[in-house]
Design a binder for this molecule. Structure first.
Ligand code: HEC
Length: 105
C-alpha cells in the first residue's frame, strides 16, 4: 500500500514540475530558428552561407575548447560576420545555446 501511495505522490510532483521545465529556454529550438541558417542544423556549417563564410564546425575540437564564457561573448557581441544577439536573445536563451553547442561534439 505504501509503495502505491508513494508512486501516486511522485506522479503528482511530476505533474506539478513538468510545466516548469517548459519555461526553461530551449537551446535546440532557438538554435534551429536563429543559427542553423548559417551554422547548419548539425553545427557543421555545411550550408551555402556557411561555406561562403568558411565557418568552422561548432562540433570541432577547436570550437569545443572555447570556454563557455567566450562562447557566450561571441553569441552576445558577435564576431566578424557573426551577428550579435545581445538584445535579440535573453541571457537564458544564450546560456541554453552554449549548452546546446556542447551537445554537438
Ligand atoms: C549570418 C550567419 C550567422 C548566423 C545567423 C550565426 N552565426 Fe555564428 N558565426 C558566423 C560566422 C561568420 C562566424 C565566424 C566569426 C569569425 O571567426 O570571424 C561565427 C562564429 C560563431 C561561433 C564561434 C565559433 C568559431 O569558429 O570561432 C559560435 C559559437 C557561433 N557562431 C554561434 C552562433 C549561434 C549560437 C548562433 C545563433 C544565435 C549563430 N552563431 C548565428 C555566422 C553566423
Amino acid at each position: 500500500m505504501k509503495a502505491i501511495r508513494l508512486a501516486f505522490l511522485l506522479a503528482i510532483v511530476a505533474m506539478v514540475l513538468a510545466p516548469l521545465a517548459a519555461f526553461a529556454a530551449d537551446g535546440a529550438a532557438v538554435y534551429k530558428a536563429k543559427c542553423a541558417s548559417c551554422h547548419g542544423p548539425d553545427g557543421k556549417g555545411e550550408t551555402t552561407i556557411g561555406k561562403s563564410m568558411k565557418l568552422r564546425s561548432l562540433a570541432s575540437a577547436d570550437v569545443q575548447k572555447i570556454t563557455d564564457a567566450d562562447l557566450t561573448k561571441v553569441i552576445s557581441d558577435g564576431k566578424g560576420k557573426m551577428p550579435a544577439y545581445k538584445g535579440k536573445l535573453s541571457a537564458d536563451e544564450i546560456k541554453a545555446l552554449v549548452a546546446y553547442i556542447r551537445t554537438l561534439k
